[in-house]
Ligand binder design. Structure first.
Ligand code: F6P
Length: 329
């Protein structure tokens, strides 16, 4: 909905939840676009925690120079239990008023948007969400900021593991991030030619996994790579290793957990462009009077999704890619 009378003068911007490569590029785009519209910007440090605790500083174009290429977030990120309470959000709203901040841009994932949605409803604050998480699990955008970089970081590591796995004719279980969704696991498994991928979206029958691996080894595969999403129902790579190690003793089973390496590093070109587009769009749509929405890119065009829809469910994995992974094994 658009309210023609509403004109933004001051915006607050924060990053919250798990960081992702490209968050800095997004903050930069917010600041530089706001300047073009004569809008003042306050950076809020440590996400909602900082909003409640008054870590609010004015930032301008110079503060955001030389950050587009950096991973992490120069505004820092945090999780705040206090913001989950009505009292916490009331304090946050009070601080926004104190600084005359009339609109808020939140950069993060579904937890971040859930908080923003409540703040907007309870205190009539204009908010826009910018989707940034390596998990890529937000509906309303083809990709989230940071996903492409994380995918390539994980893939580079998996390729290296394949070299050593091949050299020793070993079996490796490689765990990638994805507590609730298997986007990274699925796409890295296709791109690396992994023998098996285990995802939270599919039931995992350990006996079937064993059979697949046995069949492949009998077909003269020299090494085996299993990509396991951390949220897979087996409980991750270490637990899976316990369940299958005796069956594959001759393949000298090894486990490698890629963990937080996937969250850091310089954002890819694609993530920098996506972050720049979405950060800039967030300012423009706020200035047009939109609120309680998320900006995304679908089929290369900007798309606005009501925040309540964006947080209503996780994005579903592309099942045709699951079929593709199985066909190409
Ligand atoms: O950013 C999302 C995510 O990467 C999940 O895949 C993972 O489970 C989680 O963050 C871990 O985050 P933290 O260690 O910060 O709690």
């Amino acid at each position: 909905m658009t309210d023609e009378l509403f004109k933004v003068k001051t915006i607050g911007v924060l990053t919250s939840g798990g960081d992702s490569p490209g968050m800095n590029a997004s903050i930069r785009a917010v600041v530089r676009t706001a300047e073009k519209f004569d809008i003042k910007v306050f950076g809020i440090k440590h996400g909602y925690f900082g909003l409640i605790n008054n870590e609010i500083v004015e930032i301008d174009t110079h503060d955001v120079s030389n950050i587009i290429q950096r991973g992490g977030t120069f505004l820092k990120s945090a999780r705040s239990d206090q913001f989950r309470t009505e009292e916490g959000r009331a304090k946050a709203a009070e601080n926004l008023k104190k600084y005359d901040i009339d609109a808020l841009i939140v950069i993060g994932g579904d937890g971040t948007f859930t908080g923003a949605n409540k703040l907007s409803k309870e205190h009539n604050i204009n908010v826009v969400g910018v989707p940034a998480t390596i998990d890529n699990d937000i509906i309303g955008t083809d990709e989230t900021i940071g996903y492409d970089t994380a995918l390539n970081t994980a893939l580079e590591a998996i390729d290296k593991i394949r070299d050593t796995a091949d050299a020793h004719e070993r079996m490796f279980l490689v765990e990638v991030m994805g507590r609730d969704t298997g986007f990274i696991a699925l796409e890295t498994s296709i791109a690396s030619g992994a023998e098996v991928a285990l995802l939270p979206e599919e039931l995992t029958h350990v006996d079937e996994v064993k059979k697949q691996l046995h069949d492949m080894l009998q077909a003269q595969r020299r090494s085996s790579l299993v990509v396991v999403a951390e949220g897979d129902e087996t409980g991750g790579a270490l637990k899976l290793a316990e369940k299958i190690k005796d069956d594959f003793a001759q393949y000298d089973l090894r486990v490698c957990i890629l963990g937080h390496t996937q969250r850091g590093g310089a954002p890819s070109a694609r993530d920098r462009v996506l972050a720049s587009r979405l950060g800039s769009a967030a300012v423009k749509v706020l200035n047009e009077g939109h609120s309680d929405i998320m900006v995304g890119v679908v089929n290369n065009s900007l798309k606005l999704t009501p925040m309540r829809v964006a947080i209503s469910k996780k994005k579903d994995i592309d099942h045709t890619l699951i079929d593709l992974a199985k066909t190409l094994r």
